[in-house]
Design a protein around this ligand. Structure first.
Ligand code: ADP
Ligand code: MG
Length: 171
């Protein structure tokens, strides 16, 4: 599905919508959930992450992990109204990676990529997934960010692949 946003706030609103949809439609899998965020510098990938993190209840400030490669945030337990049963909370950690400075998937191994992938409690978003394509799971979702040239500098095209017959890559 293709979206057009006209501000950073709108991109974050789309991020919240994406998280809700993801939580509703989680496949039963024994591994981490991985989402690739593709697009040029300044296209809005990290801005989108801020919306994801806020929606998951993370209060820490989200900054670009370009230089540290990876940041891990604890996802707080959802508040349950008194008298209601606690739902199973699948995700405990939001893992934010930026592969811009990496040149191959092997470099991810050095920072524990294998362990990250094997834990179903990890929700992983990775900027510049193309740099480490060889170590991404086949079932990774992908979102593509584009800033059209000319016109409104705050306009972005955001394509969420794998929604409603968008041609999801099958594992
Ligand atoms: P990336 O991580 O893709 O390099 P960032 O999210 O760090 O990009 O930067 C995007 C910049 O563009 C931010 O300064 C943000 O405020 C600005 N911006 C303007 N309009 C939008 C929009 N519609 N969506 C996302 N960011 C926008
Ligand atoms: Mg970024």
């Amino acid at each position: 599905m293709r979206y057009r946003t006209q501000s950073a706030a709108q991109t974050q609103q789309l991020a919240r919508q994406f998280v809700e949809e993801l939580l509703r439609s989680l496949p039963k899998q024994g591994t981490a959930t991985v989402v690739g965020l593709s697009g040029e510098l300044g296209a809005g990938k990290t801005t989108f992450m801020k919306g994801v993190a806020r929606h998951l209840g993370i209060t820490e400030e989200i900054t670009s992990p370009t230089f540290v490669i990876q940041k891990i945030y604890e996802i707080p337990a959802r508040l349950i109204p008194e008298g209601e049963e606690a739902p199973c909370q699948r995700f405990q950690r939001l893992v934010h990676l930026d592969a811009y400075r990496l040149s191959s998937g092997e470099e991810l191994a050095a920072i524990g990529w294998h362990d990250t992938l094997t834990d179903p409690a990890n929700l992983v978003f990775i900027e510049w997934p193309e740099m480490v394509e060889s170590v991404l799971p086949l079932r990774a979702r992908r979102i593509v960010f584009e800033a059209p040239e000319g016109g409104d500098p705050d306009e972005r095209r955001i394509t969420i692949e794998g929604e409603e017959g968008e041609g999801a890559r099958e594992a």
